[in-house]
Design a protein around this ligand. Structure first.
Ligand SMILES: [Zn+2]
Length: 323
């Protein structure tokens, strides 16, 4: 409680409300304090690596560390009113468990109860990271004022989340919006999930790099692919075009299914070149008889790498959108 004496009058004000936001992904976990305007508090953001080779104990320890550090950054006149957790999927909302495809050590790991044990007095709400990205864009990003949108991330994986009629859509298990595992026509790339031709298996950063290498390109990272593309390398151009067109095909399918106004795309590999989104738009535009599909706007995220944390905080600060 913040108190100031002025003369004989005692003025009291409520503590500043913060959400403690957590983002669990295939390569890192982050936590930060986020205020009710969607701003990350300076000095409250902490990160630890995760990864395919991490053990269950290492992952749980990393969660404990970043949550503890972020919580310790809370100012004296502030309080944590809730914890929002965005995580790579699949998840199970009813059980509060996570089974991230790229973290094999965790299958049905009880992440919600683990975090509840770390911060006993604050409610914990767990959702897919893709849904959090949609919430962040709707709250403070490129999707403000748009009632029907899909948020997408194109990075080491491909994720997504839906807001329809200004409400998030989770489905009974929490996995609605998993656009990375929608199968794309004309592709037969094998996917970690067991499927074939999944968008993630085609268009993620590592998938695009692997395809280019198969065509004789000698680089090994998304950053190098971006440089090669900018320099006019033919294989790099075909690789990016292939991924962009697959993204557009998946967006067309999603739009046919749920009728969207806007798709906002973020994530590290989405910035490989602005042309990536143009290739997606070209693919979308081929549905010439379906004006409701070709009218969908595809926009880059305006939130850089903060979207997952801001969206996790929106699970607390914008709880009315999250049934
Ligand atoms: Zn898949």
């Amino acid at each position: 409680m913040h108190r100031r004496r002025r003369g004989t009058t005692l003025i009291t004000s409520s503590p500043t409300p913060f959400a403690l936001a957590v983002d669990l992904g295939g390569t890192k976990i982050e936590a930060a304090l986020v205020d009710d305007a969607g701003r990350i508090l300076n000095g409250s953001r902490f990160r630890e690596p995760t990864g395919r080779d991490a053990s269950s104990e290492q992952l749980a320890g990393s969660v404990t560390h970043v949550v503890g550090k972020a919580r310790a950054a809370l100012p004296l006149d502030a309080e944590v009113i809730g914890i929002g957790v965005g995580t790579a999927g699949p998840i199970d909302i009813a059980g509060g468990t996570v089974s991230p495809l790229n973290l094999p050590a965790w299958r049905k790991f009880p992440l919600q109860s683990h975090i509840e044990s770390l911060v006993p007095d604050a409610p914990v709400r767990l959702r897919m990271d893709g849904l959090c990205i949609a919430l962040a864009e709707h709250w403070v990003g490129a999707g403000q004022g748009v009632d029907d949108l899909m948020g997408m991330t194109v990075s080491t994986g491909v994720g997504g989340g839906l807001i329809l009629g200004s409400r998030t859509v989770t489905g009974p298990t929490g996995n609605a919006g998993h656009i990375g595992h929608v199968e794309v026509g004309g592709f037969d790339d094998a996917c970690w999930c067991g499927g074939t031709g999944c968008l993630e298996a085609i268009a993620s950063g590592p998938s695009t790099v692997a395809w280019a290498q198969g065509e004789g390109w000698t680089g090994s990272t998304g950053e190098q692919l971006a440089e090669a593309y900018a320099a006019g390398d033919d294989v790099a151009r075909r690789a990016v075009q292939r991924s962009g067109r697959a993204i557009g095909q998946a967006i067309a399918s999603a739009t046919n299914l749920v009728d969207l106004d806007l798709v906002v795309i973020g994530g590290g590999f989405s910035r490989v070149t602005p042309d990536l989104l143009d290739f997606a738009r070209e693919s979308l535009a081929e549905r010439t008889e379906f004006a409701f599909v070709t009218r969908v706007r595809i926009a880059p995220s305006t939130l850089s790498d903060e979207a997952p944390l801001i969206g996790a905080a929106a699970l607390v600060h914008r709880a009315e959108l999250v049934p």
